[in-house]
Design a protein around this ligand. Structure first.
Ligand SMILES: [Zn+2]
Length: 436
């Protein structure tokens, strides 16, 4: 008997003393209940699906720089980083990369599930088969590193495909890639390592993050640790003519001089276009030659300005719950991982709340405004190099900060991950659906 027969209930012959009909009528309540139950289940399922679809960040998202709110990476005292190199990767460069990662890892803690891949420049195909396989295992899709290694000169942290936890967009591991160019040296590779390993750490602390804080933070650390890599170059030397694209202070100032009425930091530095996909504040993809300045140079100077304005030093900024990066309130689950941008985060929430806390209650909008006022005075004059350098910590203070080791026993140091926490069976099911 199928559901169609249920319609016989309204058949004019209903009153007939027909055995089969009688038996149907006798069983009717059971069928009705079953049908209604299935229907109700369907309604509940659709409602829940809609609820999760509407409120939870989707695991899929923008093609590049997806703004992940969560991270399952914690911090550890012992270095669990795995290093994988192609067959002929120069041993002096490999040592300098490991030492540099170790140096910054001891400063802010070692992020878990981090693997460093070192690809030699322009080697034979056979040199890459093992590293490509190991990279593929880690990221969850094939790694064609050979093509990039032939070109060289690229360094980046990407992500793994295992990025959906409890149906929430989650960063779960850091693949750190080094593709040195033919001109790279052991020292230049170490500088890149400080930058990239900082990204691995940053990715463990939750988000979304403004792009200037990611890139500017990594460039700031290039300068903070510069003297430890080369004793002849001090923190302020790096800020004036090194770091980023060849002079954080100079490049930032040069850009403001091209048009002092444009609020370069406020408009361009928070979010970064993904191809032609740009945040609403940026109606056009910024020219490539300036893009580097928005995030790397202005970003690093904005980090220095944040420290100056908050009166806090690099150790607190990176490693204390009262600073920026180690504050456990960083996660803002409201971000739309497909169409949203870090700037969407409301004042007082996520990274904006964390920054305000660091600034003693000042809003992020007020901080941005103060930065613009610092760069260009009310008469339209761009700040001098000397005045920009004057807000930096002294070289000796910066060097002393770079020698401090993460204090794992301190109450204001938080090693926990920024994951979505307990996951219901339903959320788990949706994670799997989402991954398909
Ligand atoms: Zn970077």
């Amino acid at each position: 008997m199928n559901i169609e027969q249920g319609t016989t209930y309204h058949n004019p012959n209903e009153g007939d003393a027909d055995n089969s009909k009688k038996s149907f009528r006798q069983r009717r309540p059971l069928y009705c209940c079953l049908i209604m139950f299935v229907f109700l289940l369907l309604v509940v399922f659709v409602a829940l699906a809609k609820h999760f679809g509407d409120t939870a960040p989707k695991c899929n998202g923008r093609g590049c720089n997806r703004p992940d709110p969560y991270s399952t990476m914690a911090l550890t005292k012992e270095d669990g980083t795995e290093y994988i190199s192609s067959v002929n990767f120069p041993s002096d460069m490999e040592t300098s990369i490991k030492d540099a990662c170790d140096m910054v890892g001891k400063f802010f803690g070692f992020p878990t599930n981090t693997k460093v891949f070192m690809w030699e420049y322009n080697g034979p195909s056979s040199a890459y088969s093992d590293i490509e396989a190991k990279c593929g295992d880690f990221v969850g899709e094939s790694c064609d590193g050979e093509a990039q290694a032939k070109q060289g000169g690229q360094y980046y942290v990407s992500g793994t495909r295992d990025n959906c936890v409890c149906n929430k967009a989650t960063y779960t591991g850091s693949p750190v890639h080094f593709f040195p160019s033919g001109g790279d040296t052991a020292t230049s590779a170490a500088e890149r390592a400080v930058h990239e390993y900082t990204h691995a750490f940053q990715k463990s602390r939750g988000g979304p993050q403004p792009n200037w804080m990611m890139e500017g933070g990594a460039v700031f650390n290039e300068c903070l640790f510069q003297e430890r890599l080369d004793s002849n170059v001090k923190f302020s030397d790096c800020f004036l003519s090194g770091g980023g694209g060849g002079g954080i202070v100079r490049k930032t100032r040069e850009l403001y001089l091209t048009n002092p009425t444009t609020k370069w930091f406020s408009i361009f530095s928070t979010d970064r276009c993904c191809g032609d996909e740009c945040p609403p504040a940026i109606s056009f993809p910024p020219p490539g030659d300036k893009e580097r300045i928005y995030y790397y140079d202005i970003g690093a100077f904005a980090v220095a300005f944040l420290l100056h304005r908050s009166g806090k030093g690099p150790v607190e900024f990176w490693t204390k719950t009262s600073g920026y990066w180690n504050n456990p309130n960083m996660v803002w689950p409201g971000i739309d991982t497909t169409d949203g941008w870090a700037i969407d985060c409301p004042e007082g929430e996520g990274w904006k709340g964390v920054m305000s806390n660091m600034l003693g209650g000042e809003t992020v909008a007020e901080f941005y405004s103060a930065f613009e006022d610092f760069m260009v005075d009310s008469d339209g004059n761009v700040v001098s190099e000397a005045d920009m350098l004057a807000i930096l910590q002294s070289d000796s203070d910066a060097h002393a900060a770079s020698l401090v080791l993460a204090d794992f026993d301190a109450a204001d140091y938080d090693t926990t991950d920024r994951g979505p926490g307990e996951c219901s069976a339903f959320e788990d099911l949706f994670s799997k659906v989402n991954l398909v």
